[in-house]
Design a protein around this ligand. Structure first.
Ligand SMILES: Cc1ncc(C[n+]2csc(CCOP(=O)(O)OP(=O)(O)O)c2C)c(N)n1
Length: 619
């Protein structure tokens, strides 16, 4: 039983509470989030940091009439709890349960779906312009972190918003952290605003002026002019935003509920684009998360008291296997450079950064820049390796084509989280990379069957003159013994089990399910040949042709979309060769796949040994 949350079915219920009750509500929200994330995993630090901010937003603004857009959306748990979703919150990130991100199909209060960084100001501006064109009246508020605001799209959106001068509120949630420490001049600039000796003076002056504004609905022109004068007098503070055409306020303390409510109330009267700079503490209220912000950004289920990870696997992850192999190769070849876009820990490159700091670059949340930066390095004879999650590489598509592949530059893409990622859901699955990379001229695309082969393919990719990509999944490897990375002949697959009746051709780590399917088929007297394709492009034409000419039946297996995928390429290849083969393709459907456990999702799409065996039998 929750004292307050049980009674909050709509944000209007929040407005009925006294200041003391709001503070108690904040504690209840924190407790609920800690308990739920400890059980289910999810984003902890980002949500604990925005509890007061979320309460104040819903206290002052009138969602769903007013639109609140959460950038990335990983910090939307308090918002979900304040908008009637407490009764279902225990289903967070579970199949058919509450999503870990805003989702327009989940609630009218989720004004815009998010998951990738730096989209909120663009979406908010679009909504503000639609409102004005339709002659409507409501507030549009984008809440964006200091990490996400450094992404290119945010610059573009601020630039455009400053030009249009539409009424728009951007709340900068500045906790001085991305997932890892933020990178770049903008974050240095923001922290000078928060830590400047004048901060307290400036903040008091701004707050005092904001507080002097009359209550909602009363004409406030004189006070507004005074406020704008105050702002103008603060020559340096917020200069960056002012130069872009925004009115800058802050920084205000993001954990002072009363102060936040006043600030929101009063800026809601001001016309044009406004930026309210709010200083928050990531992990606020859970001491371990306050201390180690990176570790507690996003977590697996954990023990609330001791903080230990309850799901720790004894097997090395693909990310670590990749990073270890890269360090080995880079120690022998000075041209190798490692690049991440704000994911040093997630990609395993923190290992590389420790060993070879001079050749490690975190470019911030800037996948597009990261890829073209790599192209520049490659043009000058270096061997850059971009480790980017499949879903975030989508951002850099034109850069891959225009800057890397068209010039046949020597960039290696290490595509982590390829395939289904599980609980993070539909906008984080690495579903499309096979389809979107294999159609680009000059691109080589590979996928290892296990963590040992990942090292071999990495050496192959770096040794190849031209662009090459390796895709590998989230999570732990199969537990095979790692060997010294060795080069594999480009485009060579391998037969891992001989058979005569059907060919099971798998790309990547679905190899495991393919081998298990062959065992199941054996029990039914069917002899399956299993091929580990290794290469989606160029693929092993000779090996595949030889096998299907014998078996006349082919099942392709891939953890990527079927449309434009590996199986489709096989079908058109066989058609071109005029070879009659019955084909079944297993992979991801032409629909967005929601959140759930990896096991549930694999079952849903049929990436299981049983389904592969059934497909083979149906042929
Ligand atoms: C395009 C893209 N790249 C990378 C990520 C992974 N990512 C999720 S949250 C995050 C950090 C965001 O930092 P900030 O905006 O400051 O929010 P905070 O978590 O600190 O509240 C990153 C890099 C992403 N969501 N989108």
């Amino acid at each position: 039983m929750a004292r307050y949350l049980d009674a909050i079915t709509h944000p209007a219920d929040v407005r009925k509470l006294s200041k003391r009750q709001l503070r108690e509500l904040a504690q209840e929200i924190r407790d609920t989030i800690i308990q739920t994330v400890a059980k289910q995993g999810g984003h902890l630090g980002p949500n604990l940091g925005v509890v007061e901010l979320s309460i104040a937003l819903h206290y002052v603004f009138d969602s769903p009439k007013d639109k609140i857009i959460w950038d990335v959306g990983h910090q939307s748990y308090p918002h979900k709890l304040l908008t009637g979703r407490y009764p279902r919150f225990h289903t967070l990130r579970q199949w058919k349960g509450i999503s870990g991100y805003p989702n327009i199909d989940e609630s009218p209060h989720d004004a815009f779906g998010t998951s990738h960084a730096s989209t909120s100001v663009s979406a908010a501006l679009g909504m503000a312009v639609a409102r004005d064109l339709k002659g409507e009246s409501y507030h549009v508020i984008a809440v964006i972190g200091d990490g996400a605001i450094s992404g290119g799209m945010s610059f573009e959106a601020l630039n455009h918003a400053g030009h249009l001068q539409s009424n728009l509120i951007v709340v900068l949630n500045d906790n001085e952290m991305s997932i890892s420490p933020p990178v770049g001049a903008l974050s240095t600039y923001l922290s000078t605003l928060v830590t400047h000796p004048n901060y307290a003076k400036v903040r008091n002056k701004v707050n005092a002026t904001i507080r002097k504004l009359p209550a909602i609905g009363i004409a406030a022109s004189e006070k507004l002019a005074e406020l704008e004068d105050t702002m103008r007098s603060m020559s340096k503070e917020g200069m960056y935003f002012k130069a872009l055409g925004f009115k800058y306020f802050g920084p205000v303390n993001g954990h002072d509920l009363g102060g936040l409510i006043k600030a929101f109330r009063n800026i809601s009267h001001i016309k044009g684009p406004i930026l309210l700079h709010v200083a928050t503490k990531k992990g606020k209220g859970y001491p371990m998360a306050e201390q180690d912000k990176e570790r507690w950004h996003g977590v697996s289920p954990f023990d609330v008291n001791g903080g230990s990870d309850l799901k720790k696997s004894g097997t090395i992850s693909y990310s670590s296997a990749f990073a270890n192999a890269l360090v080995k190769l880079a120690k022998k070849d000075k041209r190798i450079i490692a690049i991440t876009a704000a994911m040093p820990k997630g990609t395993g490159l923190d290992i590389f950064a420790k060993e070879l700091p001079g050749r490690f670059f975190d470019v911030a949340i800037a996948e597009q820049h990261g890829v073209t930066f790599a192209a520049g390095l490659a043009r000058m004879g270096m061997k850059p390796v971009c480790a980017i999650y499949s879903t975030f590489l989508q951002r850099a598509y034109d850069q891959i084509i225009h800057d890397v592949c068209s010039q046949n530059l020597d960039v290696t893409f290490c595509i982590d989280r390829a395939g289904l990622v599980g609980e993070d859901g539909k906008l984080q699955h690495g579903a499309y990379d096979i389809a979107f990379l294999s159609c680009i001229p000059n691109m080589v695309l590979m996928a290892p069957k296990d963590e040992k082969e990942l090292g071999h393919l990495l050496k192959t990719a770096i040794g190849h003159k031209g662009p090459a990509a390796i895709r590998y999944p989230r999570g732990s490897g199969l537990g095979v013994k790692i060997e010294e990375p060795r080069k594999i002949h480009l485009g060579k697959g391998e037969i891992t089990r001989r058979g005569n009746d059907v060919t099971l051709l798998s790309l990547g780590t679905c190899f495991k399910e393919a081998m298990e399917a062959a065992e199941l088929l054996k029990k039914e007297g069917i002899s399956a040949e299993v091929i580990n394709a290794r290469f989606a492009k160029p693929f092993d034409e000779t090996l595949i042709l030889k096998s299907v000419k014998k078996t006349k039946k082919l099942v392709t297996i891939e953890e990527g979309v079927l449309r434009g995928g590996f199986g489709e390429a096989m079908e058109s290849f066989l058609l071109e060769k005029n070879i009659q083969v019955k084909v079944a393709r297993i992979g991801l459907p032409d629909s967005f796949i929601d959140h759930g456990t990896p096991k549930e999702l694999k079952q849903l799409v049929g990436l299981t040994a049983e389904n592969i065996a059934n497909a083979a039998k149906s042929l």
